[in-house]
Design a protein around this ligand. Structure first.
Ligand code: CTP
Length: 428
């Protein structure tokens, strides 16, 4: 992707619109014809950097809900009356249209009180200078850059617009590290100092807002680097003292997902890999995790308690499977990445890569046809032949059949024995 000259608004506008499919371009043209319209935030920053643009944030000094409803009467809009925004999805992209506004924060970490305002004020309420550049899409293209955001984009620098920024909105602490990792930018030293000073205000953020920030970090391709710097600056510890990050966790979250475990639960399990069962509960109490994430966090805490059982090079695969099948794969993957004992890591790794996938060839129905009675015995029989496969006693269907035949015989013998016992006891 070529980089348009950053001082040529028309080239930037063409480059931005050129990345969109016809439907999204049409929506923007319709809105821009109706009222002065600006692209702001990530889309402008990314087009200046020559990066692909994802979602588009638009701002208008006209009321966004009225404008969107009037200009796009046939389009399904999601509106937010408190902030006067309207959004829609088109061509796989989200387009957000906001009313230009100023914000005042009544207390740290609270949602702001908003009032309609000129575009210049709207830019000044934003998080970082790199996100505070507007590109006019209506009429003659123009760049509005009151805070020298373009210079920061070129200098690859994340800088807040005023000293209270992180106190007003501590989610920006996470955003600063997320952008720095994603864009390869550095956080300006004064901004970093302000960020560290604002850490106590993270405690005032709601569970949902902190959780969301961590989810966004984990979802990024460069999430591992962001988590490393969040750890270094004490941000993770400010969320919960046991959350941590280090090089082995980075390595695990950076490789292509070789273990095929769900990514977000894996990320949360890695973050909380140092926790006890009680600490896992308190992490969930702080973050109100989504169910699969909470299970992965509890799972890694419980696994740490049983990890010593895996610290045997001669552990039988069937025994390992009995133990590890009880936990979410994301928790086992976190153990494989973080266990102090190399043997534990190796065993967890083999479980994830091989053993958990080993299944018997015979089905429950096959077992019943061979005489296993319906009910819990079928499950037992399947476990038996799976264990035999795992430990190398059964290699093919025929081997499995031999084992099932023996199993059926043992059930019948046991049945005959209890029958006899019953006969005897009845007889007396
Ligand atoms: N914003 C802000 N403070 C926040 C969140 C967002 O000032 N806590 C502003 C920023 O100007 C940001 C814009 O709102 O650019 C849109 O936010 P968001 O969609 O989260 O980020 P993008 O800029 O779209 O960046 P990206 O999607 O690339 O992460």
């Amino acid at each position: 992707m070529s980089v348009p000259p950053a001082d040529d608004p028309r080239a930037l506008r063409d480059a931005l619109l050129g990345q969109l499919a016809g439907g999204a371009r049409g929506v923007i043209a319709t809105l821009a014809a109706e009222a002065p319209l600006y692209a702001v935030g990530g889309a402008v920053r990314d087009v200046i950097l020559g990066r692909p643009v994802a979602d588009i944030d638009l701002v208008s000094e006209r009321d966004a809900i009225d404008l969107a409803q009037h200009a796009l009467p046939e389009t399904h809009l999601t509106t937010h009356t408190r902030f006067r925004t309207a959004s829609l999805r088109i061509d796989g992209r989200r387009i957000d249209l906001a009313t230009a506004r100023s914000e005042t924060y009544e207390r740290p970490a609270a949602l702001p009180r908003v009032a309609p305002a000129p575009i210049g004020d709207d830019l000044r309420r934003r998080d970082f200078a790199v996100n505070a550049v507007a590109l006019r899409l209506s009429g003659d293209a123009a760049l509005l850059d009151p805070i020298d955001g373009i210079a920061d984009i070129h200098a690859r620098r994340i800088r807040v617009l005023h000293d209270r920024s992180f106190i007003d909105d501590p989610t920006r602490i996470f955003r600063a590290h997320r952008y720095a990792a994603r864009l390869g930018f550095t956080i300006d030293p004064h901004t970093r100092e302000l960020l560290r000073q604002a850490l106590p205000h993270i405690a005032a953020l709601s569970a949902a807002r902190v959780r969301r920030e961590l989810e966004l970090v984990i979802a990024e391709m460069t999430g591992a680097a962001a988590l490393a710097s969040l750890h270094e600056d004490g941000v993770l510890a400010a969320v919960h003292p046991v959350l941590a990050w280090d090089a082995p966790r980075s390595a695990a979250l950076t490789v292509p997902p070789r273990w095929q475990v769900p990514w977000q639960p894996f990320g949360f399990a890695l973050l909380s890999a140092g926790s006890s069962a009680d600490e896992a509960e308190s992490i969930d109490a702080r973050l109100h995790l989504r169910r699969a994430d909470a299970e992965a966090v509890r799972g890694i805490a419980a696994l740490r308690q049983s990890a010593h059982m895996l610290a045997r090079r001669d552990a039988k695969p069937s025994g390992v499977v009995v133990l590890l099948d009880r936990y979410p794969p994301a928790s086992v993957a976190a153990l494989a990445a973080t266990a102090a004992d190399g043997v534990v890591r190796e065993i967890a790794h083999r479980y994830l890569a091989e053993w958990r996938h080993v299944k018997p060839q015979l089905s429950g129905r096959d077992l019943q046809e061979m005489g296993v009675p319906e009910g819990p015995r079928v499950q037992q029989g399947l476990q038996l032949i799976r264990a035999a496969r795992l430990d190398g006693w059964a290699r093919d269907r025929d081997d499995e059949r031999v084992l099932v035949a023996r199993f059926v015989k043992s059930i019948r013998d046991a049945g005959a024995m209890t029958g006899e016992l019953r006969l005897h006891s009845n007889g007396h």
